[in-house]
Design a protein around this ligand. Structure first.
Ligand SMILES: [Zn+2]
Length: 496
């Protein structure tokens, strides 16, 4: 018996002598060995927690709004590379914020190489419609980032991109830049665990947008060391807070790129002009619209949605329709990214941004961020933004036509929320408070949206005489009767 122990000790000493060639604890090499990152080909992890809707904060001073996640499964193939994330989530309705009743969402988001797509029923299709792949080329960057910021993915990417390393807090800080110009910085602790990864991805509003993922509560999940807790922030606020319940090592993750994604080419940006009144044009796009107003010696545009491509196309069409006048003002309804992603193009154009006072410091801070990943026209023009802000009401005039910008007070959608009214033409412009359905479509079922009820209450409170509602989402110009009907307050159909 004693002899056996001596032999075992001898082996242990031999092993520890060999360990001198092993990497120092807390180094990139030690973490790679400890997590088995070189051998791992694929991973699946699942859990529950919270997901947050990036870019849709209910106020410029609040975090992204939260959703409860009842199931979350990510499957990653590090060799393809490819990933599929499926979750079930439902929005958390904050106290003191009236929102439409939340509906359960079951998104499936996939990336493989340079293709990204969602698997979902087509928008507006009947319940039970079979899901189909919907190409999402703009999501490739973010979903690829999600692969290479996982603990194993980070270690693999560090090895593949000649990472540099320096001692930090008993471990090391490892950094590299990938082929797509994305910088990654990871922190490895003394236990050889990847405890934090930072990177930056492009965003229309925030520029080089910081993404930071912290990993904690590492344990052995059926032969693979993996964190039990994952918290990801994007643009300074959480986007995912996951408690991991199960991990599978090297599952088969076979993700074929569907033909819908492979053959997809983005449709050209379309701009259609519809005259609403003399000098007032509805500037329609696929999903997001603007308004152009021909003033005496300048142009006012309401809303700069989506991105620079949309703004560039809208500006060209507006200048063609209203020649030889500068765009002096861009009126912004709110800071949600799909409604503010095109603002910087107007700043580069020389326009003053008219927005609620809460939004100005938000945009100033966001627009001061570096834009190295995708420099836009404003980054190249390097022109300071100018603002005109308001608390409740702001009037723009050329001495002839009045344009009134009002705060939409008390909306659950956003706290710094504007609508625009032309008192002579009796035209109201709004977005995200209410979107009319197509003229021949059945009215939506269920209780009225509190956002639409709030819009109606604001119109009444301000005594606005509205003949046309030019909604900046939706298929058509609507009337007050349409809005009244949508919220069950039609004059001919008293509900109380
Ligand atoms: Zn919105």
């Amino acid at each position: 018996m004693r002899k056996v122990i001596v032999v075992v000790l001898g082996l242990a000493i031999a092993a520890s002598v060999a360990a001198c060639a092993q990497p120092e604890a807390g180094s990139l090499q030690a973490a790679t060995a400890a997590l088995g990152a070189n051998q791992l080909k694929s991973i699946e992890y699942s859990g529950t927690g919270k997901w947050f809707q990036f870019g849709q904060a209910p106020s410029p001073t609040l975090p992204w709004p939260a959703f409860d996640v009842s199931s979350f499964t990510a499957r990653i193939n590090y060799e393809t590379p490819a990933a599929r994330v499926q979750m079930e989530r439902i929005q958390v309705v904050e106290p003191n914020r009236a929102r439409p009743a939340p509906v359960k969402q079951q998104p499936i988001q996939v990336v493989s190489g340079t293709y990204a797509w969602n698997v979902a029923a087509p928008p507006g299709s009947a319940a039970g419609t079979a899901p189909v792949p919907q190409p999402q080329p703009a999501a490739v960057e973010e979903r690829t980032m999600e692969i290479w910021t996982t603990p194993h993915g980070f270690l693999k990417a560090a090895a593949a991109n000649n990472a540099t390393s320096q001692p930090a807090n008993g471990g090391s800080e490892v950094s590299f830049t990938d082929a797509g110009k994305h910088r990654y910085v990871g922190r490895i602790n003394a236990q050889n665990q990847v405890e934090r990864v930072q990177t930056w991805i492009d965003n229309t509003v925030l520029g080089d947008t910081p993404v930071e993922i912290t990993y904690s509560d590492y344990r052995d999940f059926n032969g693979v060391m993996f964190p039990g807790k994952i918290v990801r922030t994007q643009g300074g606020y959480p986007v995912l807070d996951l408690t991991v319940s199960a991990v599978a090592k090297d599952p088969v993750v076979d993700i074929a790129v569907p033909s819908e994604a492979r053959s997809f080419s983005p449709p050209p940006v379309t701009v259609a002009m519809e005259k609403l009144a003399d000098g007032v044009y509805y500037v329609k796009g696929g999903s997001h619209h603007s308004i152009a107003i021909d003033q005496n010696d300048h142009i006012v545009v309401v809303e700069a949605p989506q991105d620079e491509a949309r703004s560039t196309a809208v500006i060209a069409k507006v200048k063609e329709t209203i020649p030889n006048k500068p765009i002096k003002y861009l009126v912004n309804t709110h800071a949600h990214f799909d409604h503010s992603g095109g603002l910087r193009t107007y700043v580069a154009e020389g326009a003053t941004i008219v927005t609620h006072e809460m939004n100005k410091p938000y945009y100033e801070q966001a627009w001061a961020a570096p834009r190295t990943i995708n420099p836009d026209k404003l980054a190249q023009a390097s022109r300071p933004a100018t603002f005109e802000t308001f608390t409740d009401k702001h009037t723009l005039t050329d001495g002839h036509r009045i344009i009134d910008v009002y705060k939409i007070a008390g909306s659950g959608h956003n706290d710094a929320f504007a609508m625009v009214y032309l008192p002579a033409e009796k035209i109201l412009m709004e977005v995200d408070a209410w979107a009319p359905v197509a003229a021949n479509a059945p009215p939506p079922q269920g209780p009225p949206s509190p956002f639409a009820v709030n819009l109606y209450d604001n119109i009444k409170r301000l005594n606005l005489d509205v003949k046309q509602i030019a909604a900046l989402h939706g298929p058509r110009v609507a009337t007050m009767a349409d809005l009244q009907s949508a919220i069950g307050r039609a004059g001919t159909n008293p509900t109380h």
